[in-house]
Structures are given as C-alpha cells and as structure tokens.
Design a protein around this ligand. Structure first.
Ligand code: C2O
Ligand code: CU
Length: 445
C-alpha cells in the first residue's frame, strides 16, 4: 500500500502526432496533438510528486513541451533557450517535481501558432490534502479553431485579413470545450463541484458566465486564493487558469457555460457565445465543504516597494510587417539578468491600445499595485491581463533555479511577432552568460 504522505514518481508518455479528431458528429479535422486526443490526457499528481513525462515526437517538425505554471528547473521548461527541440522521430524525457497544488497545463512551445492551434495542449492537475472537499472535479480547456468549410485549418492569404489576424491574434469560428463543439454535460442536483478552467486559445478572451448563476472562485494560476469570491462572471485570458466551485443546482436546470463579450480593442468584436451545456439530473448527496479561509498567502512586497525593472509592451506601425509587437521598444528582447534571492519588483505597462496577457515562465508573482491602487485580494499569478494604457507592479522572488527564462504576451501571434523577452536567473556566484545574440534569431521558435 502506498504511503499517503510520501511523494511518488509518476510516469507518463505523450506521443505528439497527427490524427483525425471529431469535434462534433460529422465534423472531423486533421489535428495535431498528444496521444491521439484533443486536449491531450489530463496528467495528475499530488503536490511534491515527481513527474516523468516521456515526449515522443511523431510530427514532421520539431517540437518542445512547456509546463505552464510549474516551478521547475530551467532545463525542463521546454523553451528553445534551454533545450534542443525534439526532432521528428526523437524523444525527450521531462522530469521535475511539482511543488505547488493547482491547475496547470502543458503545451507546445515550438511553432505555437500552428502546433497549439491544432491541439497540442493538455491539463496538468496537482492536488493536495489542503484542497477543499467537493463532490467531484472537472477540467475545462477552452479553445477555438479557425476552420474553413471543409474543416481544414486556414490562414488568411490577403494583406488586410492577415493584418487583422496579426493585430487581433487568431480567433476561430469553432468554439471548443475539451476538444468538442458544444458538449452537453450531466451533473447531479444538490452537488458542488470544482471546475478547473484553462484558456488554451491563441487569443480569445473568455468571460466565464453560467447563465447568470453565482459561482465561487477559489483558485487561480498558482493555486488557492485566501478565500472564495462569489461572482456571476469572471475573465479568463489566454494562458490563465481559474478554479471555481459550481453548484448546487436544481434537478431539471439546463444552462450554458458561455463567454460574455469582452472588448479587448480588436478589429473583430466579441460576441456572447456558448461553449457547452450543463444538464442537471436527479439529486445526489453532497459531502462538499468550502471553508471561508482556503489558505494564507504572505504578501511579497508592499505596494510602494521600489521598482527594480520596467517592462513596457507596445504596438507600433512598421513598414516591413505592418505592425510590430514590442517589449521595451524592441522585438524578441534579451533582458537583463536577475540574481537568485533578490526580490524583483517590476513595473509592467501596456502602452498600446489593446489588451495583452503578460506571462512569466517558471515563477509566480503577486500583483502589488494596479494603476496606482493596491489590489483587492492576494493571489499567485503567472499570467495577468494588461488592459490598454495600464500599469501593474508585480513582485516575485527568483529562487535557486538558474538558467534562461522568459516572459511574453500569451496571444500567440503577438509572441511570435516579437512581444517576448529572455532573461537569465544567475545564482549569484557566476557571471551572466554572454547575451550577444541579435534580436530575432534568438526567439521562441
Ligand atoms: Cu503558456 Cu511561453 O507559455
Ligand atoms: Cu499581446
């Protein structure tokens, strides 16, 4: 019998490949994904376990797998900076401890605007004894695909549509919940479930709405909040996770898991759209108990902490590309190193006229100030929305995991177009690796 408190080593195999995937009856696409399914399998572990994931690449092009939100060693982060891409026919073994409980995900980190778009992502759920008791759990990966009438993937050919896609990011006409179009899901009346949402879309902002019903937010990127927050809607930006408690509902209820429109100042305007339906059946007994205090989060810094770095996202017209997506006025940037143990207080601003989801690899941060105001509650984040002309102050601590890390906009088209930076975490005794690469060739591909 397994000792419940001892960490385990858990082995998984992910085979990246091309296969037919049915989104809806009669609607089959040629997907790229893991283990012949979209999303890939849900990987599960308990906090403290070691995950060993063998990734085999059966695609015709190289790939990498990034473990979004996991505080792992830089060499396991799945970026082109730290790892040679896995060539067609080859395999790579990722091995790391999962130190935090929460909702995480894995996705391709090579040629993402193609590989992720076609389905190369999945959830990674890490549980813990501290998790509140619920009657069940579901993972919901939200995505969209842009398909032509014959269900093949399309990229715009003409200049104007191409520029719209570069500017807005690709939003698709086919809305997916766990790889299916408008699934109808059953749930028992009287029960309370934990739903783990992950926004895996390239660019779509998802405003979770359950037809006006209240739900409780209990967690986000880096695990539980301090206390549940009761709402009727919640924004989930690309890359972000949101854990909610849903229910209890009454027998016979039928409602949508939908997204309300969010205006992120794109050319194409968002609409209210349904991603799936919940059909509430006969009642079942409940054991759920959601305490008012979920955990304690220690603040990392005060709102007036001295800024150690400024990061500015902006968008500029360009003769060559139509539009450039910039970090500190440059594309595919090599940012200055940080030292292990030195508290980072970054002022992250968005000088552009549209929203960008800021994502930091490998470390959680706390937002300590937003547009001059202290935030209403504490949370551990790795992905945070920057509305137009906004400024946030984030605090994070580089622990002893030296190597090259990165931050970028999680709208995949913006990341690809330059809105990203690498930086090194140095252990305080060594000097930084030469960063002589010129911008451009040293990016995320
Ligand atoms: Cu989920 Cu580099 O990102
Ligand atoms: Cu962006």
């Amino acid at each position: 019998m397994k000792n419940m408190t001892q960490p385990n080593t858990i082995h998984y195999e992910l085979n990246a490949g091309v296969f037919n995937w049915e989104l809806a009856p009669g609607k089959t696409i040629e997907a790229w994904g893991f283990n012949q399914q979209v999303p890939g399998p849900v990987l599960k572990a308990r906090r403290g376990d070691t995950l060993v994931v063998k990734v085999k690449n059966n695609l015709d092009e190289p790939t990498l797998v990034h473990w979004h939100g996991i505080r792992l060693p830089a060499s396991m982060d799945g970026t082109g900076e730290m790892q040679k891409p896995i060539a067609p026919g080859e395999e790579f073994e990722y091995r790391f401890v999962v130190p935090d409980a929460g909702t995480f995900w894995y996705h391709s980190h090579a040629n993402e605007t193609v590989q992720m778009e076609r389905g190369m992502y999945g959830a990674l759920v890490v549980t813990d004894e501290q998790d509140p008791a619920t009657d069940g759990e579901r993972v919901f990966l939200v995505d969209d695909m842009k398909l032509s009438a014959d269900h093949s993937f399309t990229k715009p050919g003409w200049f104007i549509p191409r520029m719209v896609e570069r500017h807005d990011g690709r939003e698709g006409n086919t809305l997916l919940l766990n790889g299916k179009e408008l699934p109808i899901l059953d749930m028992a009346a009287g029960q309370t479930e934990r739903w783990r949402f992950i926004n895996a879309a390239s660019a779509r902002y998802f405003v979770l709405h359950l037809g006006g019903r209240e739900f409780r937010i209990i967690g986000t990127d880096g695990g539980l909040l301090e206390s549940p927050r009761t709402v009727t809607e919640a924004l989930i930006i690309p890359g972000e996770r949101l854990d909610i408690v849903a229910g209890p509902f009454e027998a016979g209820e039928l409602f949508s898991i939908e997204s309300l429109p969010y205006n992120r100042k794109t050319f194409v305007k968002a609409k209210r759209q349904s991603f799936g339906m919940i059909q509430v059946g006969e009642p079942k007994p409940s054991v759920a108990f959601i305490p008012d205090t979920l955990r304690k989060i220690m603040p990392l810094a005060l709102p007036d902490a001295t800024v150690t770095r400024k990061v500015k996202f902006s968008v500029e017209a360009s003769l060559k590309n139509g539009m450039d997506f910039l970090v500190n006025n440059d594309m595919h940037v090599n940012d200055k190193p940080v030292r292990v143990g030195e508290l980072q207080v970054w002022e992250v601003s968005n000088a552009s006229g549209m929203d960008h989801p800021f994502h930091l690899h490998g470390f959680f941060f706390q937002v300590i100030e937003e547009n001059g105001k202290a935030p209403g509650f504490l949370a551990w984040k790795d992905t945070y929305n920057l509305p137009p002309k906004s400024t946030v102050k984030i605090a994070w601590l580089p622990d002893n995991r030296p190597g090259i890390w990165m931050y970028h906009c999680h709208i995949l088209e913006h990341h690809e177009a330059g809105m990203m930076a690498n930086f090194e975490v140095i252990d305080g005794t060594t000097s930084p690796v030469e960063t002589t690469q010129t911008s451009g060739h040293h990016c995320h591909r």
